[in-house]
Design a protein around this ligand. Structure first.
Ligand code: NAD
Ligand code: SER
Length: 318
């Protein structure tokens, strides 16, 4: 397929990368998409794959040059729960990985960057509901601290060097195609697999812990949507608030029970519940809707139906 884009996805084996890299391949041609991650994926990919750490600047530049990369989606990061276990490594990966890519753009090696932030940039001093784009952001996790610093790096490189870097603050993401990699919202993926396997699930968040969440299909739509939007429409160069769903584990379990009548959930909140407690419950994404036309497709029951339909096929065939 002809495309004037050559895309590099860094962190292509992860929860989002697994889905995004394939969607980009379908849209722009698999021969125009390169995935990189620390290790070669277990299942062979339709896109080109090169094992490389984002912290290995020289090797990364060789890949960028070899494939004439124009657009980079930088997904490699330590998420919230994993980050608390490895503060220095989380800072190193989340900040230095981003700096390498921003500097490649400054040196005209690449043209456009997508880098995701998170609702974790907000903290306990932020209002809980309908959080505005510009509400106070004083995060109390190293993940949130690194994401907030990253947002400001993106903004700085845009205004100082004209770098076209685009970002959204993902809520907790839920999908059926891939497993999450060490976040606080991982329960909302695991719960589906436990419902299929043994009809019971122990949740590490409190039953009433409401968080902003989103179906993976909508997250991918937003990601490609912001990258394809005309440059003039991108008015925020830190990172856009993005919203679709908010619910607590009890509400998700109730929705799942409509499909598995004998499904049982119990609650054993651990330290991840404290991380979640510091975050907002719902987000106002007026600017994303207004500037580049963001609109989600899935409500809670539509998402649950779609995930269960797809997992039913997967478990039947395995
Ligand atoms: P993930 O942990 O599932 O995947 C990250 C991938 O990066 C993994 O495959 C890992 O092997 C790879 N990686 C780690 N270190 C690397 C390195 N040095 N070089 C190259 N690759 C490396 O994460 P995800 O959920 O797919 O998240 C992707 C991005 O989206 C992250 O920036 C994350 O902060 C952000 N985000 C995710 C969520 C969510 O709910 N999943 C929510 C908000 C923001
Ligand atoms: N889903 C992410 C996490 O839990 C939020 O950015 O870390």
């Amino acid at each position: 397929m002809f495309s004037n884009k050559k895309i590099l996805v860094i962190g292509s084996n992860g929860q989002i990368g697994t889905v995004l890299t394939n969607k980009l391949g379908e849209k722009f041609g698999f021969e125009n998409v390169v995935g990189t991650d620390l290790k070669t994926p277990k299942i062979s990919t339709k896109f080109i794959f090169e094992a490389c750490s984002v912290l290995d600047k020289e090797k990364l530049l060789n890949i960028i040059t070899k494939y004439n990369i124009t657009d980079v989606y930088l997904l490699a990061a330590y998420l919230s729960a994993k980050g608390e276990q490895n503060i220095s490594k989380a800072w190193d990966l989340n900040i230095n990985g981003l700096l390498h890519i921003l500097n490649f753009a400054k040196d005209k090696k690449i043209q456009k960057i997508f880098w995701p932030s998170s609702i974790a940039v907000f903290g306990p001093t932020t209002p809980k509901d309908n959080v505005d784009q510009y509400d106070v952001a004083e995060p109390t996790t190293i993940y949130g601290v690194s994401k907030l610093a990253g947002e400001n790096l993106c903004n700085y490189y845009h205004y100082k060097f004209g770098i076209d870097v685009r970002s959204i603050r993902y809520p907790g993401l839920i999908g059926w195609e891939s497993m999450p990699g060490g976040g606080t919202t991982d329960y909302a993926v695991d719960i589906f697999h436990k419902a299929f396997k043994n009809k019971k699930f122990t949740c590490f968040l409190s039953q009433n812990r409401i968080l902003p969440m989103m179906y993976m299909n909508d997250a991918i739509k937003a990601t490609i949507g912001i990258m394809e939007a005309p440059t003039d429409n991108i008015k925020i160069r830190t990172s856009y608030n993005l919203s679709s769903l908010h619910f607590n584990p009890k509400q998700l379990a109730q929705e799942i029970k409509k499909h598995f009548k004998d499904f049982k959930i119990t609650y054993q909140p651990d330290e991840r519940d404290d991380l979640a407690k510091s975050w907002p419950q719902s987000i106002n994404d007026f600017h994303a809707r207004n500037d580049w036309g963001w609109e989600p497709n899935f409500n809670l029951s539509q998402m649950v139906n779609d995930i269960i339909l797809n997992l039913r096929n997967r478990y039947k065939n395995n």
